[in-house]
Every structure is written in structure tokens, then in C-alpha cells.
Ligand binder design. Structure first.
Ligand code: ADP
Ligand code: ZN
Ligand code: MG
Length: 521
């Protein structure tokens, strides 16, 4: 869908979006109510026991570590932590949950009333161009900042539940049940601890939704609570979307969009849904309250059969488990142990290393990048943090992208990047040479120092050696030297080029420049 189509719609309609984000707690060893291991993949139905298979009479035992992780997640997102809480049974009949109910939480979630701040810049600002790009915005608090804006998104609650099994509808299109000949079920995932975060309807654009989900992912990664893989399904985001005419105070009817397995899909599905609803309203129709399925291939949402929709969960307190009461001291101790979170890290990178905000945010947002950056800076020195960041966000990012690998799999380790930056900063090699060294290190895994040695690449900074070459070049070009002295100072570049050619690119450019000018004058 064309971007300007969304912008056009958003000038007349205000979109209201709330996200429901399910994250598997992969930091724990065992499932939520039994001792089966938590892992991804493997032969179907091999990590199961009577409890997670819902055998009659099997009794759940809550996983304390999973509850602790949920409280930590709540503390990291400014939530209030319940001092009194319990699990409820959510009844539904579907083969992915053999008990015919899911143990979840209802009116007493572990965490409630939090928020995170998001920053929107670049192209994303245009989606808030409802007022011709003029700030401040209507709606929830949005503060102009660095050509973009910052907005606070409320978190209604974070509760803990057990994940369901996985259904495979054989022969169904897009993995859906419609048209399938039969269905298979794998209970390996059933019972994995699952945090469900529900946001307030504070989100106003697809880009804000993406930034919110990304910010949460980066917080979860910093905490270490989950691996947050949208492809593998350990982080799943559903979007509730409605539109209303600008100026209207009542919320419109929402649809809930599912099946987005990347941040881009999340953005595009919401954008599609906003335009679809606005078109409906423009045509005099009305929005149906329903669950819709995002088809990433066709780039559109479609309604699920309404039969899959009828919900009456008949929640009641889980009778096989007593309620929980938490000590304030226990909560305080967890709060004290919270690690540095991405926003604080970003601000520290700006204050401590003078990184540009955009670079600081990019490094701090991805825990693995931040660790790599800090390791490299510790080795090469804080005064070299900026070149380290530039290399990471430039050549290294491009290389990882092209190779399709994560930074932890990079052949160029933090220690190697620190060494490379050191070689540039102390003048051993030029920036241009460094690019070649980096490329070779990335493909062979050899240390930058060894590559420079083996290729005889050392940059010459020795003034007397450079002076000798400059003298011979000047002697070989008496006419140009005379013109330079007659006022054509632009010819300095010509001499620098000649000298660099003589030195096969190994002259230190700054020194060559200086010597050329000095000896010509
Ligand atoms: P439901 O009862 O349908 O599950 P909830 O009130 O529990 O609805 O809200 C679920 C999610 O939908 C929350 O993230 C909430 O912010 C969001 N939401 C609620 N009403 C709307 C609306 N009219 N438009 C968009 N999002 C909404
Ligand atoms: Zn089990
Ligand atoms: Mg709900």
C-alpha cells in the first residue's frame, strides 16, 4: 500500500491502537507448571508429561523463577507489582490445550499500570503528519524531540500464563484451518511460561506500534527474560486497531490483527487495517468487531470465521493452587538488581562517549550490540568509542546484514575491531586500508594486525621518508610547482596524488598534505 494513502487517511482519521504482546520466558529451564524442559524445536511431543498433557488428576506446581521474571519485567516497565495475586482458569475448547482450559491470570495480574517511552524519528514522523507535521500532537502526550518526537505508551498489565501447544493444519492455506484435510498437534510448547503484556490504547500510528514493540523487545533482551524471536514465535504481537474521525471522543470499533511475524509485518498490517477501516467508514459502512489474519504474502488482512470468535471464557480461580502474597522486601530486592536498561544505556553513551543520539540509541537498543561495543571500547579506550561505533554501525553492520548473521556469530570479534580501530587511530594504516583489512578479517577471521603485517600494508607517517618522496615529485614537475607558487594553490591536490601513487597509497594522508604544502612554499 502506498505510504501517502496512509498519510491521507490519517489526516482525516485518528487511528487508535493497543498491542497485546506475548513473550515466552525462555530464561527458565522448565515449563510453568511441570518439570518439562523449555526449548525450541525438536521432535513433536517429546517434551511432555501428564501435567502439560492435561491428564486427569495431574497437579500444577508453579515455576517460581517464571513469576520472578514476570515481576522483573514489570519493574523494568514502571509497573506496580501486586502484593496479592493468583491464577485463574480460562476455559476454552480447542485441541491445542488438552485440559480444555489455560491457566492464566484474570483480575489479579502480577504487574499493572506501567509505561515505556518511545522515540519516533525519520520517516515515521510523517505518519503523525495529521497536523501537517506540526507539533504538538493531539492525543496522548507526545513531546517534540530532535526533529522527531517522544511519546509515552501506557501498559495496562503484564500477566503470566502457560503457552498452548502448536497446531499444524495440513493442507490449509497460510497455516489456517480452512481447507485443511487434517490437523496435527505438538505439545512441546504447551506449558511454556508466557508473559502477556497489554498496552493502553495510546498508540496512534503504525510506526509508534513498531517502536513500542521494539522497545519492549530491547528491554526484555537487556533483562535476559526471553530470546524474543518473532520468527520462532517466542515473541508474538497482536494489534487492536480502530479509527475515528479526528475530533471524535468516542473510540471506534476495533479489530484485532494477528499473525505478524516481523516488526515490518506489524507496521504494514496496522497500516493496511487503518486504511481498510477508513475506506469502510467513508463508504458508509461500519467496522465489524472481529479477529483478522495478516497475510504477509498478499499484504492484506482477512477475517477469521466468526465461529472461531465466540468467547466466553468463564474465568474462575484456579483451585489447584493457592493465591500468592509477595513481600515488599522481595520486590525491592528484585528492583535493586535490575540491570541498566536501553534508555539509560543510550543516555550514558551520549554523556560518556559523546556518541550522536541516533548511534547511541542503535547500539543500546540491541543488547548483543551494546555488549560488543562496550567490550571493544574497554580494550581500545573511551576516546575511541566514536570510531568503534562508526565501524559497528557502518562496515560491520553491512557485513552482518550481507552474511545474514547476528553479531554474536561475527568473525570480527570485539577484540579484533578494537585492534583495527587502534591501528587507524595510531596512524599505522589509513581509513582506506582499514576497509580492506576489515573485509579480509571478516572473511578469514585473521587478526587485523596480522593482516597488516602479512600484506606489508603499514602506513608511512615518518616525515623524513615522506619528505624525500615529495621532493622527488616536485623536482619531476617543475612547471606545476611554479604555477602553485604563482598562486594556483589548488595544485596541492595534484602533488598529494602523485606522492600517494609513489608510496602505493601507504603515505599518511595528513602528513603528506602537510609536507607537500610546506615544501612547495
Ligand atoms: P477485549 O475485551 O476485546 O480483549 P480489552 O479491553 O481487553 O479488549 O483490550 C484489548 C486491547 O485492545 C488493549 O491493548 C486495548 O488497549 C486495546 N483496545 C481497546 N479498545 C480499543 C479500541 N477501541 N481501539 C483500539 N484498541 C483498543
Ligand atoms: Zn510437562
Ligand atoms: Mg482482553
Amino acid at each position: 500500500m502506498a505510504k501517502d494513502r496512509l498519510t491521507e487517511v490519517l489526516i482525516r482519521y485518528e487511528a487508535v491502537i493497543g498491542l497485546e504482546i506475548h513473550t515466552e520466558i525462555t530464561a527458565v529451564n522448565t515449563k510453568m507448571f511441570c518439570g518439562c524442559p523449555v526449548a525450541f524445536g525438536g521432535e513433536p511431543n517429546t517434551r511432555v508429561c501428564p501435567v502439560c498433557l492435561g491428564m486427569p488428576g495431574a497437579l500444577p506446581v508453579p515455576n517460581e523463577a517464571a513469576i520472578e521474571w514476570t515481576v522483573i519485567a514489570g519493574l523494568a516497565t514502571e509497573c506496580d507489582i501486586a502484593l496479592w495475586s493468583q491464577f485463574h482458569r480460562k476455559q476454552y475448547f480447542y485441541p491445542d490445550m488438552p485440559k480444555d482450559y489455560q491457566i492464566s491470570q484474570y483480575d489479579l495480574p502480577f504487574c499493572s499500570g506501567g509505561f515505556v517511552d518511545i522515540e519516533v524519528d525519520g520517516d515515521g514522523v510523517a505518519e503523525r503528519a495529521d497536523l501537517g507535521g506540526a507539533l504538538p500532537f493531539v492525543g496522548p502526550e507526545a513531546v517534540p524531540e530532535d526533529g522527531g518526537y517522544r511519546a509515552r505508551i501506557g501498559i495496562t498489565r503484564i500477566h503470566l500464563e502457560e503457552d498452548t501447544g502448536k497446531m499444524v493444519h495440513v493442507g490449509g492455506s497460510e497455516g489456517r484451518i480452512a481447507g485443511a484435510t487434517h490437523s496435527l498437534v505438538d505439545f512441546n510448547r504447551a506449558g511454556t511460561p508466557l508473559m502477556e503484556l497489554v498496552s493502553e490504547p495510546d498508540i496512534r500510528t503504525p510506526e509508534e506500534a513498531r517502536r513500542f514493540a521494539q522497545k519492549l523487545r530491547s528491554i526484555w533482551l537487556a533483562l535476559g527474560v526471553s530470546d524474543c524471536s518473532m520468527e520462532e514465535g517466542s515473541m508474538r504481537v497482536d494489534a487492536n486497531v480502530s479509527v475515528r474521525l479526528r475530533g471524535a471522543t468516542e473510540l471506534g470499533t476495533k479489530s484485532e490483527v494477528k499473525n505478524m511475524n516481523s516488526f515490518k509485518s506489524l507496521h504494514d498490517a496496522i497500516a493496511y487495517e487503518i486504511v481498510r477501516q477508513a475506506d469502510l467508514l467513508d463508504a458508509g459502512g461500519r467496522v465489524e468487531q472481529e479477529t483478522r489474519h495478516w497475510d504477509a504474502g498478499a499484504k492484506r488482512t482477512s477475517g477469521l470465521r466468526s465461529k472461531e470468535e465466540a468467547h466466553d471464557y468463564r474465568y474462575f480461580p484456579e483451585p489447584d493452587m493457592v493465591p500468592f502474597s509477595f513481600e515488599l522486601a522481595w520486590i525491592d530486592a528484585l528492583a535493586e538488581k535490575l540491570p541498566e536498561l536501553p534508555d539509560a544505556r543510550r543516555d550514558r553513551y551520549i554523556a560518556e562517549f559523546g556518541l550522536p543520539k541516533h548511534d547511541a540509541a542503535a547500539l543500546a537498543a540491541e543488547h548483543a550490540l551494546a555488549c560488543y561495543f562496550e567490550e571493544a571500547v574497554a580494550l581500545t579506550g573511551a576516546d575511541r568509542a566514536r570510531p568503534v561505533a562508526n565501524w559497528m554501525l557502518g562496515d560491520l553492520a553491512a557485513h552482518l546484514n550481507a552474511a545474514g548473521i547476528e553479531i554474536v556469530a561475527s568473525r570480527v570479534t570485539a577484540a579484533m575491531l578494537a585492534e583495527l580501530v587502534g591501528l587507524i587511530e595510531d596512524g599505522t594504516i589509513s581509513g582506506k586500508q582499514a576497509k580492506e583489512v576489515f573485509a579480509e578479517a571478516a572473511s578469514t577471521g585473521d587478526a587485523p594486525g596480522a593482516i597488516v603485517e602479512a600484506r606489508g600494508m603499514k602506513q608511512v607517517s615518518d616525515t623524513s621518508a615522506i619528505e624525500a618522496v615529495v621532493r622527488s615529485v616536485i623536482d619531476a614537475h617543475p612547471d606545476e610547482a611554479a604555477s602553485y607558487r604563482g598562486g594556483k594553490v589548488g595544485l596541492a591536490g595534484f602533488f598529494v596524488g602523485q606522492v600517494m601513487r609513489e608510496m602505493r597509497g601507504q603515505g599518511n594522508p595528513a602528513v603528506v598534505n602537510e609536507v607537500v604544502r610546506r615544501l612547495l612554499e
